[in-house]
Ligand binder design. Structure first.
Ligand SMILES: Nc1ncnc2c1ncn2[C@@H]1O[C@H](COP(=O)(O)OP(=O)(O)OP(=O)(O)O)[C@@H](O)[C@H]1O
Length: 260
C-alpha cells in the first residue's frame, strides 16, 4: 500500500558527468521502503550504495526517475530536517559540547532552548552517552562520536535515517555493541532506516530486507528478506537461520564481484 511506504524510488538512474567520461552509478533502480523498515544496501565497492543513499537524502539529484519520502520530495523533507544522515566519520562541531551538537538541528529549526535541551538530554540517554553532555567531541572515543552523531540525526524525529558505513572505522567489539544499540534505537523509535554496509553479517543481524547491488551500472541484483525474530541480539548470530542468510547473501555478493 502506497501510504504505508516511508520512501519510494522508481526507475532511478544517476550519471556522474565527467570530462569526456560519464559514470553510470545507478541504472533503473526501484525500491520501496516500508514505514519503520530497516533496509541494508550491500554490494561491491563502487556499485552505487552511497550514491543511492545520497539521492534519498537529497545530496544528489537523480538523472532520471523519481524519489519520494512520505509522499514528498527529498528536497522538501531535507529542508524540513525530516531526514537524518550519519556518515563513517561523525562530523561533530569541535567547538560545541556533545549536548549542543545534538541540539544543533533543533536550534536551526528554531526550537526554544528549553525544548531542544530536553530533547537532546533524552537522546543522550537513548544512545548511552549520559554523563557526557558537557564533554567536547575530542574527548570522545570513535564509538561515542558515532553515538552522538546518531543522536543528532534523530533529534528532529526524522522520517528516514540514512547511515553510510557508520561503524566501518570501529573495532569489532565496539561495532558489535553499536549494532545492538542501533537495533534497540530502531525498535524504540520506529524510524525507517537505510544502512550502507560492507558487512553481510551486520546487514543480516539488523535488517528486515537486504538489497544486494551489482556494479557498472549499479543495479539491484536481488533483495533478500530477513525474517529473523525481533528483538535482535548478539545471540541472533547463533541461530542456524542467521548463518543460512549470511551464506545466501554472500552467494549473491559473489555474483556481483564476478562482474567487477
Ligand atoms: N563525484 C563523483 N564523480 C564521478 N564519479 C563518481 C562520483 N562519486 C562516485 N562516483 C562513481 O560512481 C560509482 C558509485 O560510487 P558510490 O560511492 O556510490 O559506490 P559505493 O557502492 O558506495 O562504493 P564504496 O563501497 O566503495 O563506498 C563508482 O564507480 C564511483 O567511482
Amino acid at each position: 500500500m502506497a501510504e504505508a511506504l516511508s520512501a519510494e524510488v522508481r526507475d532511478l538512474s544517476l550519471v556522474y558527468r565527467g570530462r569526456g567520461r560519464d559514470v553510470i552509478a545507478l541504472s533503473e533502480v526501484s525500491l520501496g521502503i516500508a514505514q519503520g523498515e530497516f533496509v541494508s544496501l550491500i554490494g561491491p565497492s563502487g556499485c552505487g550504495k552511497s550514491t543511492l543513499l545520497r539521492v534519498l537524502g537529497d545530496l544528489l539529484t537523480p538523472t532520471q526517475g523519481t524519489v519520494s519520502i512520505k509522499g514528498r520530495t527529498p528536497r522538501a523533507e531535507r529542508l524540513d530536517r525530516r531526514i537524518g544522515f550519519v556518515f563513517q566519520e561523525a562530523a561533530l562541531l569541535e567547538w560545541r559540547s556533545v549536548l549542543d551538537n545534538i541540539a544543533l538541528p533543533l536550534e536551526l529549526r528554531g526550537a526554544s532552548r528549553r525544548d531542544r535541551e530536553a530533547r537532546a538530554r533524552a537522546l543522550i540517554e537513548l544512545v548511552g552517552l549520559t554523563g557526557f553532555e558537557a564533554a567536547w567531541p575530542r574527548q570522545l572515543s570513535g564509538g561515542m562520536r558515532q553515538r552522538a552523531a546518531i543522536a543528532r540525526a534523530l533529534s528532529t524525529e526524522p522520517d528516514l535515517l540514512l547511515l553510510d558505513e557508520p561503524f566501518g572505522a570501529l573495532d569489532q567489539i565496539t561495532r558489535d555493541r553499536l549494532n545492538m544499540e542501533l537495533a534497540r534505537i530502531h525498535e524504540v523509535t520506529g524510524v525507517s532506516v537505510v544502512l550502507v554496509t560492507h558487512s553481510i553479517r551486520e546487514a543480516v543481524l539488523l535488517s528486515d530486507r537486504i538489497v544486494v547491488m551489482t556494479p557498472r551500472p549499479g543495479r539491484i541484483e536481488r533483495i533478500l528478506d530477513d525474517p529473523l525474530p525481533r528483538p535482535r541480539s548478539l545471540g541472533t548470530r547463533l541461530l542456524p537461520a542467521y548463518e543460512d542468510l549470511v551464506r545466501a547473501g554472500s552467494r549473491e555478493l559473489e555474483k556481483g564481484y564476478a562482474n567487477v
